[in-house]
Ligand binder design. Structure first.
Ligand code: AVJ
Length: 343
Protein backbone atom coordinates (compact mmCIF):
# COMPACT_ATOMS: atom_id res chain seq x y z
CA UNK A 1 0.00 0.00 0.00
CA UNK A 2 2.77 2.38 0.88
CA UNK A 3 3.92 2.36 -2.74
CA UNK A 4 0.55 3.63 -3.90
CA UNK A 5 1.33 7.04 -2.55
CA UNK A 6 4.83 7.31 -3.93
CA UNK A 7 3.89 9.34 -6.96
CA UNK A 8 1.31 11.56 -5.33
CA UNK A 9 1.55 14.33 -2.81
CA UNK A 10 0.85 13.19 0.70
CA UNK A 11 -2.79 13.98 1.48
CA UNK A 12 -2.00 14.84 5.08
CA UNK A 13 -0.35 18.10 4.21
CA UNK A 14 -1.16 21.23 6.13
CA UNK A 15 -2.48 23.94 3.81
CA UNK A 16 -0.63 27.16 3.12
CA UNK A 17 3.01 26.45 2.35
CA UNK A 18 5.47 28.93 3.79
CA UNK A 19 6.60 31.42 1.16
CA UNK A 20 9.56 30.12 -0.77
CA UNK A 21 9.00 26.58 0.41
CA UNK A 22 9.72 24.24 -2.46
CA UNK A 23 9.42 20.74 -1.27
CA UNK A 24 7.82 17.48 -2.07
CA UNK A 25 5.91 15.29 0.30
CA UNK A 26 7.47 12.14 -1.01
CA UNK A 27 6.50 12.78 -4.61
CA UNK A 28 9.69 11.19 -5.86
CA UNK A 29 11.08 14.47 -7.17
CA UNK A 30 14.59 14.05 -8.52
CA UNK A 31 15.68 17.67 -8.40
CA UNK A 32 18.38 18.60 -5.95
CA UNK A 33 17.18 20.74 -3.09
CA UNK A 34 13.54 20.20 -3.94
CA UNK A 35 13.28 22.56 -6.88
CA UNK A 36 16.54 24.10 -8.12
CA UNK A 37 18.17 21.95 -10.75
CA UNK A 38 21.54 20.35 -10.16
CA UNK A 39 22.92 22.36 -13.09
CA UNK A 40 21.72 25.70 -11.71
CA UNK A 41 23.13 24.99 -8.26
CA UNK A 42 26.46 23.82 -9.65
CA UNK A 43 26.83 26.71 -12.08
CA UNK A 44 26.11 29.25 -9.37
CA UNK A 45 28.88 27.77 -7.23
CA UNK A 46 31.44 27.18 -9.99
CA UNK A 47 31.15 30.60 -11.61
CA UNK A 48 31.75 32.42 -8.30
CA UNK A 49 35.13 34.03 -7.59
CA UNK A 50 35.88 31.27 -5.08
CA UNK A 51 34.48 28.05 -6.44
CA UNK A 52 32.11 26.08 -4.22
CA UNK A 53 29.52 23.33 -4.52
CA UNK A 54 26.70 22.87 -2.01
CA UNK A 55 27.15 19.77 0.20
CA UNK A 56 23.54 18.74 -0.47
CA UNK A 57 24.75 17.67 -3.95
CA UNK A 58 26.82 14.88 -2.38
CA UNK A 59 23.79 12.74 -1.75
CA UNK A 60 22.75 11.14 -5.01
CA UNK A 61 22.39 7.35 -4.81
CA UNK A 62 26.10 6.71 -5.22
CA UNK A 63 26.88 9.51 -2.75
CA UNK A 64 24.55 7.98 -0.16
CA UNK A 65 26.27 4.62 -0.64
CA UNK A 66 29.71 6.20 -0.27
CA UNK A 67 28.64 8.14 2.82
CA UNK A 68 27.42 4.91 4.37
CA UNK A 69 30.87 3.40 3.72
CA UNK A 70 32.45 6.45 5.36
CA UNK A 71 30.42 5.81 8.50
CA UNK A 72 32.02 2.36 8.72
CA UNK A 73 35.64 3.51 8.26
CA UNK A 74 37.98 3.06 11.21
CA UNK A 75 39.04 6.73 10.99
CA UNK A 76 35.50 8.14 10.90
CA UNK A 77 34.67 7.94 14.59
CA UNK A 78 31.59 10.21 14.45
CA UNK A 79 28.80 7.80 13.53
CA UNK A 80 29.75 4.93 15.79
CA UNK A 81 30.51 7.24 18.70
CA UNK A 82 27.17 8.99 18.40
CA UNK A 83 25.45 5.64 17.95
CA UNK A 84 26.80 4.25 21.20
CA UNK A 85 26.10 7.46 23.06
CA UNK A 86 22.57 7.59 21.73
CA UNK A 87 22.04 3.98 22.72
CA UNK A 88 22.83 4.85 26.31
CA UNK A 89 20.83 8.11 26.53
CA UNK A 90 17.87 7.48 24.19
CA UNK A 91 15.57 6.26 26.97
CA UNK A 92 16.17 9.35 29.06
CA UNK A 93 15.89 11.67 26.07
CA UNK A 94 12.69 10.05 24.80
CA UNK A 95 11.15 10.21 28.27
CA UNK A 96 11.29 14.00 28.09
CA UNK A 97 8.17 13.91 25.86
CA UNK A 98 4.73 12.62 26.85
CA UNK A 99 3.42 9.47 25.14
CA UNK A 100 2.00 9.92 21.64
CA UNK A 101 4.55 12.48 20.46
CA UNK A 102 5.83 13.13 16.94
CA UNK A 103 9.52 12.76 16.14
CA UNK A 104 10.77 15.05 13.34
CA UNK A 105 14.21 14.16 12.03
CA UNK A 106 16.18 16.62 9.90
CA UNK A 107 18.48 14.92 7.38
CA UNK A 108 17.24 11.38 7.91
CA UNK A 109 19.20 9.07 5.61
CA UNK A 110 17.99 5.97 7.45
CA UNK A 111 16.01 5.08 10.55
CA UNK A 112 18.75 3.55 12.70
CA UNK A 113 19.26 6.54 15.00
CA UNK A 114 15.57 7.46 15.17
CA UNK A 115 14.80 3.82 15.91
CA UNK A 116 16.65 4.12 19.19
CA UNK A 117 14.21 6.82 20.29
CA UNK A 118 11.10 5.37 18.68
CA UNK A 119 11.19 2.10 20.57
CA UNK A 120 10.74 3.67 24.00
CA UNK A 121 7.49 3.43 25.95
CA UNK A 122 6.17 5.25 28.98
CA UNK A 123 5.56 3.63 32.39
CA UNK A 124 2.09 2.53 31.29
CA UNK A 125 3.54 0.80 28.22
CA UNK A 126 2.31 3.38 25.68
CA UNK A 127 4.67 4.27 22.82
CA UNK A 128 6.30 7.62 23.45
CA UNK A 129 6.21 8.33 19.72
CA UNK A 130 3.17 7.83 17.54
CA UNK A 131 4.45 9.53 14.39
CA UNK A 132 7.81 9.93 12.68
CA UNK A 133 8.55 12.63 10.10
CA UNK A 134 11.90 11.99 8.38
CA UNK A 135 13.02 14.98 6.29
CA UNK A 136 15.73 14.40 3.71
CA UNK A 137 16.92 15.50 0.29
CA UNK A 138 17.20 11.86 -0.87
CA UNK A 139 13.70 10.81 -1.91
CA UNK A 140 14.55 7.19 -2.84
CA UNK A 141 16.14 6.57 0.56
CA UNK A 142 13.05 7.99 2.28
CA UNK A 143 10.72 5.77 0.31
CA UNK A 144 12.82 2.69 1.09
CA UNK A 145 12.77 3.72 4.74
CA UNK A 146 9.00 4.04 4.80
CA UNK A 147 8.59 0.59 3.24
CA UNK A 148 10.95 -0.95 5.82
CA UNK A 149 9.27 0.81 8.72
CA UNK A 150 5.81 -0.33 7.66
CA UNK A 151 7.06 -3.79 8.65
CA UNK A 152 9.40 -2.99 11.51
CA UNK A 153 7.25 -0.34 13.25
CA UNK A 154 3.60 -1.30 12.89
CA UNK A 155 1.37 1.33 14.47
CA UNK A 156 3.84 4.13 13.83
CA UNK A 157 2.71 6.73 11.31
CA UNK A 158 5.66 7.53 9.01
CA UNK A 159 5.32 10.74 6.99
CA UNK A 160 8.48 11.33 4.91
CA UNK A 161 9.19 14.80 3.57
CA UNK A 162 11.55 15.10 0.59
CA UNK A 163 13.15 18.50 1.11
CA UNK A 164 16.32 20.41 1.81
CA UNK A 165 15.90 21.11 5.51
CA UNK A 166 17.73 24.40 5.03
CA UNK A 167 14.65 25.78 3.33
CA UNK A 168 11.49 26.48 5.28
CA UNK A 169 10.03 23.02 5.73
CA UNK A 170 6.31 22.62 5.98
CA UNK A 171 5.50 19.78 8.33
CA UNK A 172 2.64 17.38 7.66
CA UNK A 173 -0.41 18.23 9.76
CA UNK A 174 -0.60 16.70 13.21
CA UNK A 175 -3.10 17.15 16.02
CA UNK A 176 -2.47 20.44 17.78
CA UNK A 177 -2.02 18.96 21.22
CA UNK A 178 0.59 16.39 20.18
CA UNK A 179 4.02 16.86 21.71
CA UNK A 180 6.90 17.08 19.28
CA UNK A 181 10.61 16.43 19.36
CA UNK A 182 13.00 17.64 16.69
CA UNK A 183 16.03 15.45 16.04
CA UNK A 184 19.17 16.59 14.22
CA UNK A 185 21.88 13.97 14.69
CA UNK A 186 25.09 13.18 12.87
CA UNK A 187 26.79 16.54 13.39
CA UNK A 188 25.09 17.67 10.20
CA UNK A 189 24.71 21.07 11.85
CA UNK A 190 28.46 21.40 11.26
CA UNK A 191 27.85 21.64 7.51
CA UNK A 192 26.14 24.99 8.01
CA UNK A 193 27.77 28.38 8.32
CA UNK A 194 27.24 29.67 11.88
CA UNK A 195 24.60 32.19 10.79
CA UNK A 196 22.82 29.52 8.75
CA UNK A 197 22.93 27.15 11.73
CA UNK A 198 21.20 29.76 13.88
CA UNK A 199 18.69 30.38 11.10
CA UNK A 200 18.02 26.65 10.83
CA UNK A 201 17.57 26.24 14.58
CA UNK A 202 15.16 29.14 14.84
CA UNK A 203 13.12 28.02 11.82
CA UNK A 204 12.95 24.55 13.35
CA UNK A 205 11.78 26.08 16.61
CA UNK A 206 9.04 27.91 14.77
CA UNK A 207 8.02 24.90 12.68
CA UNK A 208 7.96 22.51 15.64
CA UNK A 209 5.84 24.88 17.70
CA UNK A 210 5.65 25.89 21.34
CA UNK A 211 6.72 23.31 23.87
CA UNK A 212 8.85 21.35 21.41
CA UNK A 213 11.98 19.53 22.48
CA UNK A 214 15.04 19.26 20.26
CA UNK A 215 17.81 16.67 20.29
CA UNK A 216 21.03 17.84 18.67
CA UNK A 217 24.04 15.59 18.03
CA UNK A 218 27.35 17.16 17.13
CA UNK A 219 31.04 16.45 16.91
CA UNK A 220 32.91 17.73 19.93
CA UNK A 221 36.43 17.00 18.68
CA UNK A 222 38.80 19.77 17.62
CA UNK A 223 41.98 17.72 17.33
CA UNK A 224 43.35 17.89 13.76
CA UNK A 225 45.39 14.72 14.30
CA UNK A 226 42.10 12.85 14.62
CA UNK A 227 40.00 14.99 12.30
CA UNK A 228 42.16 15.07 9.18
CA UNK A 229 42.30 11.26 8.81
CA UNK A 230 38.55 11.10 9.51
CA UNK A 231 38.05 13.27 6.41
CA UNK A 232 40.91 11.82 4.36
CA UNK A 233 40.89 8.10 5.06
CA UNK A 234 43.53 5.59 4.05
CA UNK A 235 41.18 3.65 1.75
CA UNK A 236 40.23 6.77 -0.17
CA UNK A 237 36.48 6.41 0.41
CA UNK A 238 36.11 10.06 1.39
CA UNK A 239 38.08 11.04 -1.73
CA UNK A 240 35.60 9.05 -3.85
CA UNK A 241 32.70 10.67 -1.98
CA UNK A 242 34.12 14.10 -2.79
CA UNK A 243 34.94 13.25 -6.44
CA UNK A 244 31.46 11.79 -6.89
CA UNK A 245 30.23 15.38 -7.03
CA UNK A 246 31.98 15.81 -10.38
CA UNK A 247 30.74 12.44 -11.59
CA UNK A 248 27.24 13.61 -10.75
CA UNK A 249 27.71 16.89 -12.62
CA UNK A 250 28.99 15.00 -15.66
CA UNK A 251 25.92 12.80 -15.62
CA UNK A 252 23.19 15.21 -14.59
CA UNK A 253 24.40 18.65 -15.62
CA UNK A 254 26.22 18.24 -18.93
CA UNK A 255 29.68 18.32 -17.37
CA UNK A 256 32.91 16.95 -18.84
CA UNK A 257 35.10 17.05 -15.73
CA UNK A 258 38.13 14.76 -15.80
CA UNK A 259 37.89 13.06 -12.41
CA UNK A 260 41.51 11.88 -12.58
CA UNK A 261 42.65 15.49 -12.88
CA UNK A 262 41.31 16.44 -9.43
CA UNK A 263 42.68 15.62 -5.99
CA UNK A 264 40.79 15.33 -2.71
CA UNK A 265 42.04 17.56 0.10
CA UNK A 266 40.90 17.81 3.72
CA UNK A 267 42.29 20.65 5.85
CA UNK A 268 41.70 21.79 9.41
CA UNK A 269 41.01 25.53 9.53
CA UNK A 270 41.92 26.52 13.10
CA UNK A 271 40.62 30.05 12.90
CA UNK A 272 37.17 28.95 11.72
CA UNK A 273 37.23 25.74 13.78
CA UNK A 274 36.23 23.61 10.81
CA UNK A 275 37.37 20.80 8.54
CA UNK A 276 37.23 21.85 4.90
CA UNK A 277 37.02 19.53 1.94
CA UNK A 278 38.27 20.67 -1.43
CA UNK A 279 38.72 19.29 -4.92
CA UNK A 280 42.01 20.58 -6.26
CA UNK A 281 42.89 21.03 -9.91
CA UNK A 282 46.72 20.93 -9.86
CA UNK A 283 46.89 22.16 -13.47
CA UNK A 284 45.19 24.87 -15.45
CA UNK A 285 42.14 23.38 -17.07
CA UNK A 286 38.76 24.22 -18.49
CA UNK A 287 35.61 22.13 -18.51
CA UNK A 288 32.10 22.38 -19.84
CA UNK A 289 29.13 22.50 -17.53
CA UNK A 290 25.53 23.03 -18.65
CA UNK A 291 26.68 24.77 -21.84
CA UNK A 292 29.14 27.06 -20.08
CA UNK A 293 32.90 26.99 -19.58
CA UNK A 294 34.44 26.63 -16.13
CA UNK A 295 38.14 27.54 -15.95
CA UNK A 296 40.68 26.52 -13.33
CA UNK A 297 43.99 28.20 -12.56
CA UNK A 298 46.80 25.82 -11.49
CA UNK A 299 46.11 24.71 -7.89
CA UNK A 300 42.65 26.25 -7.80
CA UNK A 301 40.15 24.41 -5.64
CA UNK A 302 36.43 23.80 -5.42
CA UNK A 303 35.47 24.15 -1.77
CA UNK A 304 32.92 21.36 -1.37
CA UNK A 305 32.21 21.13 2.36
CA UNK A 306 32.73 22.66 5.77
CA UNK A 307 32.32 20.61 8.92
CA UNK A 308 32.36 23.07 11.79
CA UNK A 309 33.39 21.68 15.15
CA UNK A 310 31.83 24.13 17.57
CA UNK A 311 33.21 24.48 21.09
CA UNK A 312 30.39 23.99 23.64
CA UNK A 313 30.22 27.68 24.60
CA UNK A 314 29.86 28.61 20.93
CA UNK A 315 27.09 26.08 20.40
CA UNK A 316 25.39 27.29 23.55
CA UNK A 317 25.36 30.85 22.19
CA UNK A 318 23.98 29.63 18.85
CA UNK A 319 21.09 27.63 20.31
CA UNK A 320 20.26 30.54 22.63
CA UNK A 321 20.27 32.97 19.69
CA UNK A 322 17.71 30.68 18.05
CA UNK A 323 15.49 30.77 21.14
CA UNK A 324 16.32 27.33 22.57
CA UNK A 325 17.41 26.50 26.11
CA UNK A 326 19.94 23.77 26.76
CA UNK A 327 18.37 21.32 29.22
CA UNK A 328 20.78 18.44 29.21
CA UNK A 329 24.19 17.52 27.86
CA UNK A 330 25.53 14.03 27.23
CA UNK A 331 29.07 13.20 26.12
CA UNK A 332 30.63 9.87 25.19
CA UNK A 333 33.36 8.61 27.56
CA UNK A 334 36.14 10.04 25.35
CA UNK A 335 34.43 13.41 25.03
CA UNK A 336 34.39 13.15 21.24
CA UNK A 337 30.69 13.58 20.56
CA UNK A 338 27.91 15.54 22.26
CA UNK A 339 24.13 15.13 22.38
CA UNK A 340 22.17 18.08 23.73
CA UNK A 341 18.54 18.20 24.74
CA UNK A 342 16.97 21.60 24.12
CA UNK A 343 13.55 23.02 24.81
C1 AVJ B 1 27.04 13.91 7.27
C2 AVJ B 1 27.70 16.19 7.21
C3 AVJ B 1 27.94 14.94 9.22
O1 AVJ B 1 30.57 16.41 7.88
O2 AVJ B 1 31.17 14.60 8.90
C4 AVJ B 1 31.70 12.81 6.00
C5 AVJ B 1 29.66 14.37 5.89
N1 AVJ B 1 31.87 14.56 4.77
N2 AVJ B 1 32.93 12.85 5.44
C6 AVJ B 1 30.47 15.21 8.10
C7 AVJ B 1 31.04 13.93 5.57
C8 AVJ B 1 33.02 13.89 4.70
C9 AVJ B 1 29.40 14.40 7.37
N3 AVJ B 1 28.04 14.87 7.74
Amino acid sequence: MADDRDTRPDPEVAPGAAPGAEQAFDTGATEAEGGSSVAALALAGLTAARKTLPPSLFYDEEGCRLFYRITELPEYYLTRTEFRLLESVAGEAAASVPAGATLVEYGASDETKAGMLLRHKDAAGASLFRAYVPIDIAGPALRAMRRRMAGSHPGLTVLPVTADFMRPVLLPARPEETAVMGFFPGSTIGNLEPSAAIGFLSRAREALGPGARFLLGFDNCRDPARLVPAYDDAQGVTASFNLNLLRRLNREAGGDFDLDAFAHRAVWNTKESRIEMHLVSPRAASYRLAGQTVRFAPGETIHTENSYKYPPERMEAMVAAAGWTRRQVWLDPQGLFAIWLLD
